[in-house]
Design a protein around this ligand. Structure first.
Ligand code: BTN
Length: 325
């Protein structure tokens, strides 16, 4: 976390677990006036933190707002780099665009862009992505793995496995993955992943991993046309899920699995991915830009391609398609 007095103040309030923290002590430590500290407290209150104060004793934390800012995520985060720097927005058109700009500006590996709401969230194939305020996790992670550009598509599968594992840990729900990047619960989509690349011909400059996770929506929060095909963790579990905790867990698995992929190749990820795959052994239709093919899904290749067995017995590798089961 970058140093700021406000963040430091918040960290002390978190650490004190509801006990008072002396404003005077903090003022002395940072060489500031007590009024300056009081102004930071007011700013935190404006962000939604409920803070009490006791004469002569100091400030204490009463309630932490349900927001996915850096401080709340860092309360749970145990990574080396992923998410150590977080750029948080209340609203923005799409975190994907901000992440592209930040990547070009040279931000470090693992910088996270996250927003409570997106007004122009985008999905694969230029589809819109519904991103209502305060209900989901809408985030784009900028990573700079030491991989060749042709190894980037597999990162989508790495991300899918990381998100499924994190959801399992935090909620005890067991989602499945529909190739390449949809995460489903009871056949409805709970998460989408959009992987974009900034690269030279022989080198990845940055990968932007865009992740949209439906967390605390009710059915009526989805547009009518999505209500039968989309779901949220709250709908499936019957209770609200702590978004900041889930973000931290996703970042931990992402960091772990990305370095596993970089160091050991795709084989260990392939095994994990296949253990969560929903379509293996099923007859599916793969809709590609210029053609549609039908076949039985055999699994994924060593490169992460979907392998379909066609009616004539031949095996066809699919790089990119929309899959209908
Ligand atoms: C899909 O079509 O399944 C991919 C959806 C990806 C949505 C996420 S939300 C955060 C990031 N910002 C966007 O505009 N899109 C991605």
């Amino acid at each position: 976390m970058k140093f700021s007095v406000k963040n430091e103040l918040l960290k002390r309030l978190f650490a004190a677990q509801g006990k008072p923290v002396s404003g005077q002590d903090i003022a002395d430590e940072f060489g500031l006036s007590r009024t300056a500290i009081w102004k930071y407290i007011k700013e935190l209150e404006e962000e939604g933190y409920e803070i009490g104060s006791l004469r002569k004793k100091g400030y204490y934390l009463i309630e932490i707002p349900d927001i996915v800012n850096q401080a709340n995520i860092h309360e749970h985060l145990e990574t080396k780099t992923y998410g150590q720097t977080i750029h948080y927005f209340k609203t923005c058109p799409t975190t994907q665009k901000i992440a592209h700009e930040e990547a070009q500006n040279g931000v470090e590996d693992g910088t996270l862009i996250i927003s409570e709401e997106q007004t122009a969230g985008k999905g694969r194939l230029a589809r819109p992505w519904t991103s209502n305020a305060g209900r989901g996790i809408w985030m784009s992670l900028i990573i700079r793995p030491n991989l060749a550009p042709q190894q980037a598509p597999q990162l989508t599968l790495v991300a899918a496995v990381a998100i499924v594992r994190a959801i399992e840990d935090i909620t005890d729900i067991h989602p499945v993955i529909k190739w390449p990047n949809d995460i489903l619960i009871n056949n409805k989509k709970v998460t989408g992943i959009l992987t974009e690349l900034q690269a030279d011909p022989d080198r990845i400059k940055a990968v932007i991993l865009g992740m949209g996770i439906n967390v605390n929506q009710d059915v009526t929060d989805f547009p009518e046309e999505l209500q039968s095909i989309a779901t949220s963790l709250k709908i499936e579990k019957g209770e609200e899920v702590d978004r900041a905790k889930l973000v931290a867990k996703i970042l931990e698995y992402l960091e772990q699995y990305t370095s596993l992929y970089v160091e050991k190749g795709f084989a260990p990820i392939k095994l994990l991915w296949e253990s969560y795959a929903s379509i293996t052994g099923k007859r599916v239709r793969a809709n590609m830009v210029n053609e549609t093919v039908e076949g039985v899904a055999l699994g994924i290749s060593a490169e992460g391609m979907l392998e379909l067995q066609l009616a004539d017995g031949s095996v066809r590798g699919i790089y990119s398609a929309d899959i209908e089961v």
